[in-house]
Design a protein around this ligand. Sequence first.
Ligand code: HEC
Length: 474
Amino acid sequence: MKVRFLVSLSLLVAALGVAFSGGKPAEGSGVNFSENVAPIIFNNCTSCHRPGEAAPFTLMNYADAKKRGKLLATVVESRQMPPWKADKGDYEFKHERRLTAAQIETIKQWVAAGMPEGNPAKLPPMPKFQDGWQLGKPDLIVKMSEAFTIPADGPDIYQNFALPLNLTEDKWVRAIEFRPGARTVVHHSLFFSDPTGDARKLDAADPQPGFSGGMAFTGQRFAARFGLGGQNNDAASNPGASPGGNLGGSLGGWAVGAQARVMPDGLAYFLPKGSDLVLASHFHPSGKVEKEISTVGIYFADKAPTKSFTGIQLPPLFGVFEGLDIPAGAKEYTLEDSFVLPIDVKAFGAGAHAHYIAKTMHLMATLPNGEKKKVLWINDWDFAWQDQYQFKDFVALPKGTRLDVKITYDNTADNPRNPSSPPRRVKWGEGSLDEMGSMSLLVTAANEAEMPVLQTAIRNHVRSAFGKRRAARR
Ligand code: HEC
């Protein structure tokens, strides 16, 4: 595996570095596990590196850390761990998983000093981790009625599941918490409400639990929403970055590493009575047969929100209209889109989605006074870590702000994440060997009465992308 190879190469380099600098640069610095390293590990690593969580081994005590000490130093220095793909931009995110330069230095010094334990009496207490539901007891818990089997190997699988909710009244959803049964194979799951019963029929018609068909189901909803009839087969999926609660029944999503989050400031997704909850899940075989039963906890708001929100997705529909065609060997194939805000907005979240060969994903805002702001800045896109980023504070973007998205793809053999060897020509598609790409900004209107103006502008933007594509095909 190329990824492993790179890791071991950097380990070797790290080891040599230590050797050349005399082997014990930190001697006398007194850095030890109990006092200096454990606080970093317990607070930044153990949440995932403990039994029953996503990481493949535990980091809960001195022996755990010592066993992989050099690898720990390598992955924190490269910022592979803790997983957090957003570079420092101009706005802060909630729940940021980033070590400070000083913390990284401490771990490196500890390894270089031979990983001393120090005095175990000085260990910090282990933080209290929430087992089970992270957000407390949900108002409604639903579960897949049958297990879906993921074979040991083979291509990625997209499967949709319709779960009846039996709601007798309309509801507003503050948060949805998703708990995969087979953590090693569930990559992400997107949530939709389906008041039509169509998904349930498709589920019943498919002999397997759930129904396949990639994201065509989702695509049809978008197509219907935007009046793009006839584009169903072309239409896109709706992964990681949810395009927003008021679009086509989206209720957000979950991806590996993501934490369950409550919508800020009383915002909520609308869930019409009688709806089924549709999970559009993506599975990646793990080398052994797995059976997935997903459980979902739904948290309702007591009352209807006073503000609505929407997603601005650039390019729209995951780039389906952009004519993506990435030649084998292309080092920096670029996809771009822009949108000018027609009203003052307040942004509360951002996200990005692409498959394996995307490399950089940049969302820049140019304010009316010409000031440029990095909104979401990913320099080393990794399909495995698709967070939905929530800003610490609402980000005010005035009318006339231009949003520019630039996504680059590296389709060379040098890209360790390229799933095709040798590289092959890649076009837009839902399979993991295909590509797509978009970034999203979730916003409220500064003045709620102006929301329709924004929604119209978004619809027009989608229509114009569709129109350009149709013209290009003629
Ligand atoms: C959000 C969950 C999460 C957090 C937080 C996290 N890890 Fe991980 N870690 C994982 C997962 C999942 C893997 C398995 C490999 C992968 O999917 O990238 C992993 C793999 C690793 C590996 C093996 C890497 C390899 O290439 O074999 C090391 C070492 C590691 N983590 C160390 C750490 C350290 C040190 C921290 C804290 C500074 C940390 N992790 C924080 C989830 C996490």
